[in-house]
Design a protein around this ligand. Structure first.
Ligand SMILES: Cc1cc2nc3c(=O)[nH]c(=O)nc-3n(C[C@H](O)[C@H](O)[C@H](O)COP(=O)(O)OP(=O)(O)OC[C@H]3O[C@@H](n4cnc5c(N)ncnc54)[C@H](O)[C@@H]3O)c2cc1C
Length: 403
């Protein structure tokens, strides 16, 4: 694959550009935003994708801003009692062959952009919306709108990495809609050396990813920005809001939803903010991701899922890297096989997210059974349950090729 156009300079689009360019392709990315702002929240980057970021020479660029958490710790939000702990840190590196990191999305995007701008063969044009793509004779014709002007580009392949509210999806499948899950993600960042940060440290979780579980909500907390800040993301039921990362949120809604949290947790939440809210939409992964002729969806555009397995960005990176490998190896003919392999993997991740959601929001006897089950398992056994996810390597990885 020599020549391609990508819609979107998010995690999927930038990783695709780097992966294809590493294989010698010429890549043009068009990004709708005029600036790549600090949008998004903290991300957990598991070993299945940190190994890919290392191969794309991105890991070294972000490592200073990332944190290697020592464990994922599950706690009851009502009592703060620990229910289970999965070892990460050096244990993760030993077990899964690459580090488990936590980072702000903006720091990952910055590292990807820097690598893309230095790579030969990649151009990035901001303030440019991909408005249409048609498979025509001799490739794909892509229409771009930029500052009131319309232009056309041509490529062998069009990669739509335009996120959960993708307009490209309509060029691939008849049902292009995304579905609101009636759940909201509330997000804020607190400084480690602030009052809220001190309250958080008293709960004892500054070096781990902590999930506080409750029947009405769950809250995930972990350090970012080399430990200078703590990312908080709370998940509650809620009504649809503006489709963006930057919806300002009324904290009283969050405080009401978090009734039942232990006093120290409630105090930390009171001291944190401002909170921003993101309505959680999903995209049906079972519908087509690609169209004959060379139009393909990746990342959230193809299969946005709930964030409860913390794998949305990870699946975007896996999609991007394996797509480049498949195209380099066998061209467009490999697209159906690539799509079905990726669909299978994404489905498994979606099932894991649903299981987490069920377990974390359990109440009464189900919560008791969950706690007994988790306490009966050793940390090593809990880690082994994740081997299929974090120990994954792209096809052909050991040969140094992606397929
Ligand atoms: C609260 C929360 C926590 C999360 N935590 C994790 C986690 O811990 N780990 C993890 O792996 N994932 C996590 N995720 C999921 C992750 O953030 C997403 O899956 C990931 O960012 C998707 O990347 P993407 O590149 O597909 O889409 P985006 O990052 O949304 O990028 C799409 C880009 O396309 C651009 N665009 C849109 N339309 C057009 C157009 N027509 N033309 C040109 N450009 C266009 C947009 O401006 C944007 O820059 C979380 C999500 C949420 C909500």
């Amino acid at each position: 694959m020599q020549d391609l156009v990508i819609a979107g300079a998010g995690i999927a689009g930038l990783t695709a550009a780097l992966s294809f360019a590493q294989d010698g392709a010429s890549v043009r990315i068009y990004e709708r935003s005029a600036r790549l702002d600090e949008v998004g929240a903290g991300l957990q980057l598991s070993p299945n994708v940190t190994r890919i970021l290392a191969r794309l020479d991105v890991l070294d660029r972000l490592i200073d801003q990332a944190v290697k958490p020592e464990a994922v710790v599950l706690r009851q939000a009502s009592t703060l009692a620990e229910v289970a702990s999965v070892p990460l840190g050096t244990a993760a590196e030993r077990r899964w062959g690459a580090p488990y990191l936590v980072i702000h999305r903006a720091d990952l995007q910055k590292a990807l952009v820097e690598a893309a701008l230095e790579a030969p063969g990649i151009s990035l044009t901001l303030d440019s919306t991909v408005a249409a793509a048609d498979a025509s004779q001799g490739g794909i014709r892509v229409a771009i709108k930029s500052k009131g002007n319309s232009t056309t580009d041509r490529a062998d392949l069009f990669v739509a990495a335009d996120g959960v509210w993708s307009n490209s999806r309509a060029w691939v499948r008849s049902d292009a809609s995304s579905r609101f899950t009636e759940k909201l993600a509330w997000r804020t960042t607190i400084l480690a050396d602030s009052e809220a940060g001190a309250t958080f440290a008293a709960i004892g979780a500054t070096s781990a990813v902590t999930a506080f579980m409750h029947s009405g909500f769950h809250l995930i907390a972990y350090p970012i920005r080399a430990g200078r800040a703590i990312n908080l993301a709370a998940f509650t039921p809620g009504k649809a809001l503006a489709k963006s990362w930057n919806g300002d949120a009324d904290p009283s809604l969050l405080q009401t939803a978090l009734r039942g949290a232990a006093p120290a947790l409630a105090e930390m939440i009171d001291r944190s903010g401002p909170w921003q809210v993101w309505p959680i939409y999903t995209v049906d992964a079972s519908l087509p991701w690609s169209r004959r002729g060379g139009i393909v969806l990746i990342g959230d555009a193809a299969h946005a899922s709930t964030p409860f397995a913390a794998q949305g960005a990870a699946m975007s990176i896996e999609d991007a890297f394996t797509l480049a490998g498949a195209m380099t190896e066998g061209g467009l003919a490999t697209l159906p096989a690539w799509e079905s392999q990726r669909r299978e993997r994404v489905r498994k991740v979606v099932r894991r997210g649903a299981l987490n959601q069920f377990a974390w929001h359990a109440s009464g006897p189900i919560a008791l059974a969950r706690n007994l089950f988790l306490k009966s398992r050793s940390p090593d056994a809990l880690a082994a349950d994740l081997d299929w996810l974090y120990g994954w390597t792209p096809p052909g990885w050991d040969d140094g090729r992606s397929l």
